[in-house]
Ligand binder design. Sequence first.
Ligand code: NAD
Ligand code: TDX
Length: 438
Amino acid sequence: MRLLVTGGAGFIGSNFIRYILNARPEVAVINLDKLTYAGNLENLTGLEENPRYTFVHGDIGDRRLVSEIFSRGVDAVINFAAESHVDRSIMDATPFIETNIRGTQVLLDVTTEWWREHTAGGPPATPAGPMLERSSIRGAPTDPPAGVTASTTGDNFDTAPVSGGGNSTAGAAGGASPGQAGNGKSRFNGDSGSWEHGSTISTKDLPREDRGQPGTAPAVAFIQISTDEVYGSLGPEGRFTEESPLNPSSPYSASKAAADLLALAYHRTHGLPVAVTRCSNNYGPYQFPEKLIPLMITNALENRPLPVYGDGLNVRDWLHVEDHCRALELVLYRGRAGEIYNIGGHGERTNLAVVRTILHLLDKPAGLIRFVKDRPGHDRRYAIDPSKITRELGWQPRHTFERGLAATVEWYVKNRPWWERIKSGAYREYYERMYGGR
Ligand code: NAD
Ligand code: TDX
């Protein structure tokens, strides 16, 4: 099965790619990522030579590029790509609207086009239900189209060869690969509209169709990765269910809510087998140090102040990223089209409790905590009721917050060069703008 994973150079996407390649030998991943400030190819170190992994540098809003990727074979899409930081959306909502809404629309359009073309007689009358029969049908691999003009972003992109996973034997694994030139990569030049190195890619060099193995086909064609933030803020009681009304507070969460509704509308209108997942706050390795947990760990390690918004009593429901990845695997293989699945780790904590635990784990003084001006529109409490995914797909979180947080702190201690490079770069400028006047 060939999965198009968007935003795979970010925190959750990169964890998912590692997870799924390890868990599912029949899966090959194409990672489409724009490499914004949050995209970091170092998150995927070690996968470069993996024949089941391909990186494409580009924008999900680039229709031509997305169509080109589909023409080379895709069985399902998982859309992680997004502008993901609430504080940035307060400073400038524009990229949030562009990527989270318009980008998602382009992905949905192209996926729907593919779905129509490859579903005999058009979309099914009753869209719900597994797509087992259709899963192995994909666009026949073709040469890169002659005369492809520059992408709308003007991006160039590199592709490492795609190999069919599972029972596919052709492709790059251990031998000649499409357009391979020395470093094992072909490069599409969006400006000239041509493939560089490796002359033309011949159809016979492209990987054969992976027809999947019994039980290994996707149940849905498109998973939209959403967030509990679309539900807005809770009071001290209650938890979000899939039926809770949408009531987003920030430009970020409003853009995610719009994308959810678009995805569900493409299911209802066009029959595209879509599932929407809404998870709570993730934590774990490779999280960009602008989000609460990695920011606090890295600041504490540098003996810098820990900026806590407002009174620090806002509550988030923490989910270890690996538990999230397992939930997504289940939705991919067994989820029902047209459904929403809430994913939460039963990990409600106040921000202050999280920060104090981090300081304790690092043996740093509580005096590092600084209460700073609150975030405008700051949601007070999130809490997810994950009983639907537990009931229907048998998912349960495996990480307790205490153990997961301790392991995460340890990861940041051991991987100092990873976050130091981020913090010493463009991030510093942003950090000044965000916290300078607070
Ligand atoms: P992230 O910011 O770490 O990564 C986002 C990735 O998307 C980056 O690699 C970035 O380069 C890429 N990207 C951005 N715009 C793009 C575009 N136009 N085209 C292609 N790639 C683009 O985000 P994350 O924390 O990994 O979140 C992933 C998804 O999960 C997002 O959709 C987010 O809304 C959702 N989510 C995250 C959390 C969380 O706690 N981190 C919780 C709930 C939901
Ligand atoms: O410096 C800080 N100080 C602070 O008190 C930061 C960065 C955050 N906070 C607070 C704000 C929130 O109450 O910590 C909490 C968590 O903040 P973030 O890490 O920014 O996450 P949040 O706003 O809850 O959103 C996250 O979870 C839902 C992700 O960033 C979103 O992508 C996801 O949809």
